[in-house]
Ligand binder design. Structure first.
Ligand code: F0G
Length: 356
């Protein structure tokens, strides 16, 4: 058995690397595709739902797939520094892979609007964190401007190597199932990931690795849903801070995905998103961050209306780990706080019998 050493090594022939390329990797990819067992019974529908749990990547989100490629190529090109705007996950991934490569990472984040775990890990990875009084879209515009002036490589998903790395998630799904799902559901923010999955599925279908391609369903938070509005949103708002984005950079590419795949965009309220997050934790033992649960919120809605028909195989990408946003998790469980008792046997017995 060969040791797993990351997605570039696994999919080397399908990625833009040469034999001499120094691969910057933390062993990302190869994430579990978990079949939901209890939720389909609960909703009483004959559907097969898998979740691709990207929260199990090295920095806890799917961004690691793109970052291993983007940083590998930045280093190959001689870059000494990378930069990104971020709602938290890209910044964490950029910081980690920069450390690994021995280069500097600069990250622009919206002050007060990124989840605690993401801030903590980015600090630990020793990135230069620049907080701005403005949202992700403003940060993205600034990053593009500054990269014109300073010797820094942008590692947001406008960097095409990010998309190359992220397309491997579609490869993994097909390699595991032996076919592409009927529907693939994703949370959409900057729209890089939906673009990447579609590229992966298309490449496999073109090469006849699989005979089918999925319908791509892109779901947004109601307060940050430019693809549903049909135009950019000035002041996006949602508790799912990872997708608090009003002006997606991959606008045209994501519309092409929708048209080519016969898919659609839709939006869901924060309440629906949080309900899906809790449902996944409480019925399946899978703890993802709020934004990630948007994929399941959308899938469950579209299954209930029949837009996704019974008999379908569905994959929902869970983009990030629930541990990244402990504050929301604690609020979600405000009614079920731990009990505190005396440290003696009778008290423990009583506490157990109270529940059973
Ligand atoms: N889910 C999570 C957990 C994310 O962090 C993001 C994006 C998305 C979904 C949306 O993916 O942008 O490819 O459509 N986060 C970026 C960041 C913007 O800065 O971490 P997308």
């Amino acid at each position: 058995m060969t040791r797993y050493t990351g997605l570039i090594e696994r999919y080397r022939s399908r990625l833009p690397v040469s034999a001499d390329t120094r691969i910057i990797s933390l062993g990302e990819g190869n994430t579990p595709l978990i079949q939901l067992q209890n939720i389909p019974k609960l909703i009483g529908k004959d559907v097969t739902i898998y979740v691709k749990f990207e929260g199990l990547n090295p920095t806890g989100s799917f961004k690691d797939r793109g970052m291993t490629m983007a940083v590998t190529k930045a280093v190959e090109a001689g870059s000494q520094a990378i930069i990104c705007a971020s709602t938290g996950n890209t910044s964490a991934a950029a910081a980690a892979y920069a450390v690994r490569a021995g280069i500097k990472a600069f990250v622009l984040i919206p002050e007060g609007k990124i989840a605690l775990g993401k801030l903590a890990q980015t600090l630990m990875y020793d990135a230069k964190i620049i907080q701005i009084n403005g949202n992700f879209d403003k940060g993205m515009a600034l990053v593009k401007e500054v990269a014109e002036l300073a010797p820094v490589t942008i590692v947001n998903s406008i960097n095409p190597f990010r998309i190359e790395g992220q397309k491997t998630a579609a490869f993994e799904i097909v390699d595991e199932l032996g076919f592409a799902p009927d529907f693939h559901c994703l949370p959409v923010g900057n729209a890089g990931n939906i673009t990447a999955y579609w590229k992966g599925y298309k490449e496999y279908a073109t090469e006849r690795v699989c005979g089918n391609r999925p319908v791509m369903c892109g779901y947004q938070a109601a307060g940050a849903a430019p693809f549903v509005a049909g135009h950019a949103i000035e002041n996006p708002e949602t508790l799912a801070t990872a997708i608090r984005i009003g002006n997606p950079q991959s606008w045209d590419l994501a519309w092409a995905v929708q048209k080519e795949s016969g898919g659609w965009f839709d939006k869901f309220s924060d309440e629906q998103i949080l309900a899906a997050q809790k449902m996944l934790s409480q019925f399946e033992g899978v703890f993802c961050e709020p934004a990630s649960a948007t994929s399941l919120a959308g899938a469950l809605h579209d299954i209930s209306t029949g837009k996704i028909p019974e008999g379908s195989t569905i994959v929902c990408t869970l983009t990030g780990n629930g541990i990244k946003d402990p504050e929301i998790a604690m609020k979600q469980c405000a009614d079920t706080q731990p009990v505190t008792i005396e440290a003696d046997l009778d008290a423990v017995k009583r506490a157990i019998l109270d529940v059973l």
